[in-house]
Design a protein around this ligand. Structure first.
Ligand code: MSP
Length: 525
C-alpha cells in the first residue's frame, strides 16, 4: 500500500477576494502535494473557507446580504484564484458543509461528556478581525496588535473549554514531538507562553447565531476557531479518506500558530483524537516593504500577481525570494528580475542552447549508471552539505568533485563512472528530497537552480559547438545535458508545472528539435 501524505492550508475567511498571503500558503501546499505524489505517495490536499463567525456576519450585513448569500458569492473567487494559479487540491471544504457541521457537533459532545466544557460568564476583550480573545497585556496602545483597531468589550454567558488543564499535556507533547512546532525557531515562544499557564477558553457565543449550534445548548453557537480547526479532521471522516488522519502537515501563517499549536491539540486530546504530525508556520509577505493593507492600497490580489510575469514565474518567485519560515518582501521589480535573470537566463538558456545543439548534432543515449555505493553512504550519512560537495567546488571540474569525496572520506581510487552532470544530479536529488521532507521549500528550489547553473557551466566548459570537437564527443556532452534537463524538469514540476510540461515535451524524445522561447524576457519601460 502506498504511503499517505495529508497536507492542509488554513481555511480562509471569505470576506474579500484572495491576496498574495492566501496564495502563498495554498501554493506551498500545492508544491508539497505534487512533490509527494511524485514520490509515489497517496496524497490528500485540503483547502477551503471559514464561513462562520462574527466577522463574516458583520461584513455580510454591511453588504445587505445574509451570511450564506455573502459567502456563496465569495467562495467562487477563491476557487477561481486557485484554478488560475494551477493549484490542484483534492477537496475544498466550507465550514457550512453538512458533513463538517455534523462532526463538529459530535466532537463538542465528546469534550462535554468528558467534563472539559462548562458554562460560565466571559468578561473580557475580543477582536473580531482576529476572531480572538485578548487580555489587556496582549494589546498595543489599547488596540489589537494585528489589526491596530480597538477591541470590543464582551460580557456574556458562554461555555468554556478547560484549556487550563492542558498545560502539562501540551508541554509533554511538544517535548516528545519536537517537529510538531515547526520551524524550530518559532517553537520557543509557544513553549514559553504555554509554560506561563493557560486560561480556560470561551468556545461559544450567544449574542449572534451565524455558527454551529452547541449540541447541548442550542442557544449558543460554536466559537469560530473551534469550528474551523476541526475542518482538517472532518474532511477525513468521509469514506475512503479515514486513512489520511492524522495530518502530515498543517501549513499556516505565523499569526495563527497559537490557535494551531495550543487550542487545536488540546481540543483533539480532549476528544480522544490522534494529533497531527507537524504545524509549519511560514512568514509574512510585505508589499513594497510595507505591511499588506487594503486601505492603503498595499495589497496584491491573485489576478495581479499572475499578470506581472505569468503563473509559473509567480510560483517560482514566492519560493525563491524568501525563506519559507521567514518574512519576505514582494515587489513587482523583484519578480521581474527573477523572471529575467533566473527563469529566462539560466533555465531558458540551458533549454534553448541544448535543444538547438541537439537538433544540429544529435545526442548519444546515456546509459543508466546507478550511484556508486561509496557515494550513497556519504550522502545518506549526511556528512557533507550541498555547498561543500558542489557549490564551493566551483562545479566546472568533474575530477574535483570526485577528489573532494575521496579526500574527505578516505576512499581509494575506485573509478567513479559518473560524469559531472550526473554527480550533480545525484547530489541534487538527495538534497532536494531532504529539504522537501523538512518543508524547506525554498532550499529545495535553490538546490535545483544550482544544478541548472552546473549544467550551464558544463556546456560552457565542454563547448560541443567547437569545430575541433569530434561528433562523438559532441553527442556525448549533449546526451549528458539532455539527461540532466530531464531530471531538472521532474524536480521543477511541483514548482512550475506548466513550464515543466512544456520542457518535458521537447526533451522526451531522442530526436530533439530546437525549443521555442520558454520565458520571454520582460522589458520594463
Ligand atoms: N480563518 C482563519 C484560519 C482558520 S484555519 C483553521 C484565518 N483566515 S484568514 O483568511 O484571515 O488568513 C489566512 C492565512 O493567510 C493565515 O495563515 C495568514 O497567515 C495568511 N496571511 C494573511 N496575510 C498574509 C501575508 N501578508 N503574508 C503571508 N501570509 C498571510 O486566519
Amino acid at each position: 500500500m502506498a504511503e499517505k501524505f495529508y497536507v492542509t492550508t488554513p481555511i480562509y475567511y471569505p470576506n474579500d477576494i484572495p491576496h498574495i498571503g492566501h496564495a502563498y500558503t495554498t501554493l506551498a501546499a500545492d508544491v508539497l502535494s505534487r512533490w509527494n505524489s511524485l514520490q509515489g505517495k497517496e496524497v490528500f490536499f485540503l483547502t477551503g473557507t471559514d464561513d462562520h463567525g462574527k466577522k463574516i456576519a458583520n461584513t455580510a450585513k454591511e453588504k445587505g446580504l445574509s451570511p450564506q448569500e455573502f459567502t456563496d458569492k465569495l467562495v467562487p473567487k477563491f476557487k477561481d484564484a486557485w484554478k488560475n494559479l494551477n493549484i490542484k487540491y483534492d477537496r475544498f471544504i466550507r465550514t457550512t458543509d453538512k458533513d463538517h457541521e455534523k462532526i463538529v457537533g459530535e466532537v463538542l459532545q465528546k469534550c462535554y461528556d468528558k467534563g472539559d466544557i462548562y458554562k460560565g460568564e466571559y468578561e473580557g476583550l475580543y477582536c473580531t478581525g482576529c476572531e480572538a480573545y485578548f487580555t489587556e497585556k496582549d494589546l498595543e496602545d489599547g488596540k489589537c496588535p494585528i489589526h491596530k483597531k480597538p477591541v470590543e468589550k464582551l460580557k456574556e454567558e458562554t461555555y468554556f473549554f478547560k484549556l487550563s488543564e492542558y498545560k502539562d499535556k501540551l508541554l509533554d507533547f511538544y517535548k516528545k514531538n519536537p517537529k510538531f512546532l515547526s520551524p524550530k525557531n518559532r517553537s520557543k515562544e509557544i513553549i514559553n507562553r504555554v509554560s506561563e499557564g493557560l486560561n480556560d477558553l470561551s468556545i461559544s457565543r450567544a449574542s449572534f447565531d451565524w455558527g454551529i449550534p452547541l449540541p447541548f445548548d442550542k442557544e449558543h453557537v460554536t466559537y469560530v476557531w473551534f469550528d474551523a480547526l476541526f475542518n482538517y479532521y472532518s474532511a477525513t471522516r468521509k469514506k475512503g479518506k479515514e486513512k489520511f488522519w492524522p495530518a502530515d502537515v498543517h501549513l499556516i501563517g505565523k499569526d495563527i500558530s497559537w490557535f494551531h499549536t495550543v487550542y487545536w491539540p488540546a481540543f483533539l486530546i480532549s476528544a480522544g483524537i490522534e494529533l497531527p504530525k507537524v504545524v509549519y508556520s511560514h512568514g509574512w509577505w510585505t508589499f513594497d516593504k510595507e505591511k499588506i493593507s487594503k486601505s492603503r492600497g498595499k495589497i496584491l490580489h491573485v489576478d495581479k500577481l499572475i499578470k506581472i510575469a505569468g503563473v509559473d514565474s509567480a510560483r517560482y518567485f514566492l519560493f525563491r525570494e524568501a525563506s519559507f519560515g521567514e518574512d519576505g518582501d514582494f515587489s513587482e521589480q523583484a519578480l521581474i528580475d527573477r523572471h529575467n535573470n533566473e527563469l529566462a537566463n539560466k533555465l531558458g538558456n540551458l533549454i534553448s542552447r541544448v535543444s538547438s545543439l541537439a537538433e544540429k548534432y544529435g545526442i548519444e543515449k546515456v546509459k543508466d549508471r546507478p550511484l556508486d555505493k561509496k557515494w550513497k553512504k556519504v550522502l545518506e550519512g549526511g556528512e557533507a552539505t550541498y555547498e561543500e560537495m558542489v557549490g564551493s567546488i566551483g562545479s566546472n571540474d568533474e575530477g574535483r568533485v570526485i577528489r573532494f569525496l575521496e579526500i574527505k572520506h578516505g576512499g581509494g581510487s575506485d573509478a567513479l563512472l559518473l560524469s559531472y552532470p550526473q554527480v550533480l544530479n545525484e547530489v541534487t536529488q538527495y538534497f532536494v528530497k531532504k529539504h522537501m521532507e523538512s518543508f524547506q521549500i525554498d532550499k529545495a528550489l535553490a538546490t535545483i537552480f544550482s544544478f541548472i547553473d552546473g549544467c550551464n557551466e558544463f556546456i560552457q566548459l565542454r563547448k560541443p559547438w567547437e569545430s575541433s570537437k569530434k561528433l562523438e564527443y559532441r553527442r556525448y556532452v549533449l546526451g549528458e545535458a539532455v539527461r540532466a534537463i530531464r531530471e531538472i524538469t521532474t524536480l521543477l514540476s511541483p514548482f512550475i508545472p506548466e513550464t515543466s510540461e512544456k520542457i518535458s515535451k521537447i526533451f522526451k524524445t531522442d530526436k530533439i528539435k530546437k525549443s521555442p522561447i520558454i520565458f520571454k524576457k520582460i522589458e520594463v519601460q
